[in-house]
Design a protein around this ligand. Structure first.
Ligand SMILES: Nc1nc2c(ncn2[C@@H]2O[C@H](COP(=O)(O)OP(=O)(O)OP(=O)(O)O)[C@@H](O)[C@H]2O)c(=O)[nH]1
Ligand SMILES: [Mg+2]
Length: 342
């Protein structure tokens, strides 16, 4: 495949970007080759993960955020924004695919906004590695903000949000005290918490529940928070000697359908980027992300290699023996990797 396409991707040509995303999404040989060539040009974009339970208003909020970022204050240039919406394969949210398209349609005419839906594959690791590849394409193509929307339903989706520089967890009122994010464990990864649908009467309760949860001992949110949101601290406590300032996880409210609270959310997202850059967190997150991508690719490559080895044919036999307790798990793995007589 031609160098021309690489040049076109790097200059942000929407057609070239779109074609590259398709190659990467399908994990073709050409897609892998593209990623090889694009990788040196990545590392510039601010990656924002938006996650939360189905139907909390993530897509509507992403839409509102993109509009906000595209209407910058007088005198400053608007930022180029890429969005990847990872559609859940779960039948409960099956209708969301069409919904996302419709809601995001009004941004379609803007050449500096690129929106792509991708199907989640259900295979563990599958979503994460193709999604990070797709993020790399948008990053190399010069999109300064790359937003990834995932449903906080499973480990893989949580992983995607964790890999973003800024993880935004969306909640909606109506769940009472039984906030769904606890179950999925996604609260722990939040850099920002948002109660969307704040036009609903019980929104304040959701806010209070989240604030209380941030105070709970033993959660990583608490470790990072230390003091309740909005607490005014004496100067030296805010920044103990030799220690970097702590990020206080805010609990924000939005009404995605009207845009209320969206400017504040956008400002906090920018503030989080500045915080990361000032404290070295940006670099650390980059390293984590690259390491995690390497590990995932390594695992996949090794498993693929094993699958084409003669030993892999024994899998069912070994599994049967293992289930019948005729061999131990350790012996089973030895057999599958090295052969029976090992
Ligand atoms: N009242 C109210 N409704 C909202 C608000 N934000 C979104 N909605 C509605 O909530 C529904 C779900 O919104 P989506 O944006 O599709 O939610 P989502 O989280 O992306 O959904 P999935 O992708 O299926 O998980 C839609 O009918 C929206 O119009 C809000 O702030 N207030
Ligand atoms: Mg959605």
């Amino acid at each position: 495949m031609s160098d021309l396409l690489i040049e076109d991707v790097l200059s942000g040509n929407p057609l070239a970007v779109s074609r590259s995303l398709t190659e990467v999404e399908n994990d073709t040989a050409h897609g892998r080759q593209l990623l090889d060539q694009l990788f040196p040009h990545t590392g510039k974009a601010h990656l924002i993960g938006i996650t939360g339970a189905p139907g909390t208003g993530k897509s509507t909020l992403v839409n509102a955020l993109v509009r906000h970022f595209r209407r910058p204050p007088e005198g400053s240039p608007g930022r180029r924004i890429g969005v990847i919406a990872v559609d859940p394969s779960s039948p409960f949210s099956g209708g969301a695919v069409l919904g996302d398209r419709i809601r995001m349609q009004d941004l379609a005419g803007d050449p500096d906004v690129f929106i792509r839906s991708t199907a989640s594959r259900g295979a563990l690791g599958g979503i994460s590695s193709t999604t990070s590849g797709m993020v790399e394409v948008l990053d190399a193509a010069g999109y300064e903000l790359v937003i990834v929307e995932t449903v906080g339903a499973g480990q893989a989706e949580v992983e995607i949000a964790r890999l973003a520089h800024t993880a935004v967890v969306i909640e909606a009122p109506g769940l009472g005290d039984d906030i769904q994010t606890i179950k999925a464990g996604i609260l722990e990864i939040a850099d920002l918490l948002v109660v969307n649908k704040a036009d609903r009467p019980d929104a304040h309760r959701a806010v209070r529940t989240l604030q209380n949860m941030l105070e709970l001992p033993g959660t990583s949110a608490r470790d990072r928070l230390h003091h309740g949101p909005g607490a005014v601290l004496p100067e030296e406590e805010q920044q103990p000697q030799g220690q970097l300032p702590r990020w206080e996880i805010p609990v924000l409210t939005t009404v995605a359908t009207t845009g209320e609270g969206v400017a504040e959310l956008a400002a906090r997202i920018d503030a989080h980027r500045e915080h990361l850059q000032q404290t070295g967190g940006w670099k650390r997150k980059e390293q984590d992300r690259i390491k995690s991508e390497l590990d995932a690719l390594l695992q996949r490559r090794l498993v693929d290699r094993w699958k084409s080895s003669p030993q892999s044919e024994n899998y069912q036999l070994v599994l049967d023996q293992l289930v019948n307790r005729q061999i131990s798990p350790q012996r089973a793995v030895d057999w599958l990797v090295k052969g029976k007589e090992s």
